[in-house]
Design a protein around this ligand. Sequence first.
Ligand SMILES: CCCCCCCCCCCCCCCC(=O)OC[C@@H](O)COP(=O)(O)O
Length: 286
Amino acid sequence: MRPGCGQNRARSPADPESPLVRYVLMPFQFAGTAFAFALFGLGGVIFGLLITPVLKMTSKSPEEERRRARAVVRWWFGCFVTIITALRLVRVEVRNPEALMKEGAILACSHPSLIDVVCLLSVVPEATTIVKASLLKNIFTRAPIRAAGYVSNAEGPDAIEKLARELESGTAFVIFPEGTRTPSEFPEGEMPRLHRGAAQLALHTRRAVTPVRITASPRWLTKDRGWWHLPEKPMMLTFEALPEIPAAPYLDLYNATPRLAARRFTLALGRELFPGIRQPTSSDAP
Ligand SMILES: CCCCCCCCCCCCCCCC(=O)OC[C@@H](O)COP(=O)(O)O
């Protein structure tokens, strides 16, 4: 037996990792991805021109309008994931979907790829999220974001109350505590510094946070490389909801020093999202 032949197993012609399939597929993947992104943006424009007015005219309340807008976004994101999966660029594994379906859950996630948020919002039944303020100025994304009532990261403390009401009504909240995509490499072996919004919301509402460890391999649609750097084999995107971090053990501290409680809570979250990676130094300073 040749050494290492376990790793170099013969590939069937249909194997998406075989070089032949890769070279035949690549032009289709390239064109298909460009098409899917164009479709994504076009969807955002059509949303503003057609869907928003229709939702306004046919919904009985602003809540219903928002719920239906979220359903449209969810469906559209599902279509996008289907296209990208059909192009053999991504494979999705959701380890415990039931944890993502829970009403009123705070889902705090790592963010290895631009597409993980699209995938997650296509899975969670009724969800809100925080978006970069710039997306509210972008003509391709602003209409659906407004209609779906997603929260801008430029909003102040009022957002906490708004989100607390949403959680109360059963809406889940998807948040990426890094505030940006997870870097390809951790500088100096330290995990990124996490924002404390998820912890603050959990402590304010006395709810648990569900850490959702999202991993991607090989990485694609990262912050440092354009979408045209297609992955050599389908990116395996894995979603794993971990045991909830309850708010209760932090509430006494929260009543005395809210900032410190939020910091400690966030450290616990970081340990779950990035196991074995060192916390940023001085992040537990009072
Ligand atoms: C016909 C239906 C049309 C629907 C069109 C959908 C377009 C809606 C856009 C919703 C945006 C989803 C939320 C994204 C959250 C967000 O803010 O993502 C930014 C980060 O990931 C990346 O940040 P960075 O790594 O710093 O670039």
